[in-house]
Design a protein around this ligand. Structure first.
Ligand code: SAM
Length: 234
């Protein structure tokens, strides 16, 4: 379980009502049962449920079981797509170890309203489920050109379904180790010509192919992360 407080042996910490419901209502746990805790800074702690009633619960950290892992450097930038696809992408990207996720507003994005709080809650739940010790950072949605203008120079790989881009796997082998890369995927309608031209003229950008088929944005996002994590992960 992810907590927003320092973890110290013997210092009881209140869980959120949602976590209380998850422990009692979903996992059918009870007071005294063991739990694993993390807060993104103090590593993983073994502890116990100190008290659990309907939607009120306190947790008792006992001892550290894993040192804190650094926040991953890798980033996913994805054009805003339909809500269910976005939710699914955030959950899978979290399981695949992404460090940060940013919705990107492009000419053909289907929406410019992204509920960041909802996506952050999905990322936290996915981090708890896969036992990561960090929760991906959700950056506010921003227009593609603004992101490019402010870019820090990290290698930016862009999913390109045309057939003349090099395979992502080949590009991933050439990345510096340590996960300092970002993967950008366009909207269901794809990038516009002007957006692709703007991308291609940037030295830090490489367009990359995931094969001859046209993938849904969420498929391309997750498949690309799997390739990059396997070949150039943190
Ligand atoms: N432009 C496409 C069309 O006309 O049908 C649709 C774009 S696709 C649904 C959404 C995004 O997924 C693309 O912008 C691209 O970033 C990524 N994508 C889809 N297929 C891909 C592939 N085979 N290789 C790399 N990226 C792909």
């Amino acid at each position: 379980l992810h907590l927003d407080q320092p973890l110290q042996a013997g210092r009881e910490i209140p869980a959120s009502p949602g976590q209380a419901h998850y422990l009692g209502g979903v996992l059918r746990r009870a007071a005294g049962d063991p739990v694993l805790l993390f807060n993104g800074a103090d590593g993983e702690w073994a502890g116990r449920i100190a008290s659990l009633r309907k939607d009120r619960c306190t947790l008792l950290p006992e001892r550290q079981t894993r040192p804190q892992e650094p926040a991953p450097a890798c980033r996913l930038l994805v054009a805003a797509v339909k809500r269910d696809a976005m939710d699914w992408m955030v959950e899978k990207a979290t399981e695949l170890g992404i460090g940060a996720i940013q919705p990107v507003l492009t000419r053909r994005s289907i929406t410019d309203r992204v509920n960041l709080a909802r996506l952050a809650a999905i990322a936290q739940e996915a981090a708890e489920q896969c036992e990561r010790l960090t929760v991906p950072r959700l950056a506010p949605a921003a227009p593609l050109h603004a992101i490019l203008e402010a870019w820090d120079g990290t290698p930016l790989l862009v999913g390109d379904e045309r057939r003349d881009s090099p395979p992502l796997a080949a590009l991933a082998q050439g990345l510096p180790p340590g996960g300092a890369w970002a993967w950008l995927v366009g909207p269901e309608g794809g990038f516009e010509r002007a957006e692709l031209d703007d991308l291609r003229r940037r030295a830090f950008v490489s367009t990359a192919s995931l094969g001859p088929r046209i993938l849904r944005a969420e498929t391309a996002a997750v498949a690309g992360l799997a390739v990059l994590q396997a070949l150039a992960g943190d």
